[in-house]
Design a binder for this molecule. Structure first.
Ligand SMILES: [Zn+2]
Length: 144
């Protein structure tokens, strides 16, 4: 049985690519060893750099999404930024083998930021509705 050098997953003799991680498989003529080409490792490096950048973006978006809730006039931006962060995270999770704590934290902050913002908007809507109702009742009471 052969094993993938990249992820350690078992590979069939007939496989050209690892079924688990997709690394190309170069077999020795008689041997059982499996080699990962240098190209793949370079690709893997640039992939992880890309993922690092995206991870940082998820963290920053999460922080902004949470923090903007405290700035009334631009609060709506926290929904937008939070949703972008959540979308980035779902792509990140498919590509990354491990998800660092900071990226997870960014994702959670995005969810909290979006929910908080939505809750504040709903609350202020009901607050407006309540005050309209109050003043119309007050008007009626004064008129009678
Ligand atoms: Zn593999």
């Amino acid at each position: 049985m052969a094993y993938c050098v990249n992820c350690g997953c078992e590979i069939k003799e007939s496989d050209k690519f690892c079924p688990n991680c997709g690394a190309p498989v170069n077999k020795k003529e008689q041997g059982q060893s499996v080699y990962v080409s240098e190209n793949w490792q370079q690709e893997n490096n640039s992939m992880s750099k890309k993922l690092n950048g995206r991870g940082t973006a998820i963290l920053v978006l999460g922080i902004l999404s949470l923090a903007l809730n405290f700035f009334g006039s631009i609060r709506i931006a926290s929904i937008v930024l939070g949703i972008v962060g959540i979308a980035l995270y779902s792509g990140y999770r498919k590509q990354a083998q491990e998800i660092p704590g900071s990226v997870r934290a960014g994702f959670i902050m995005s969810i909290v930021g979006v929910s908080l913002c939505a809750a504040l908007i709903v609350l202020s809507f009901f607050g407006l509705l309540a005050s309209i109702t109050f003043f119309s009742l007050l008007g009626e009471a004064m008129a009678s």
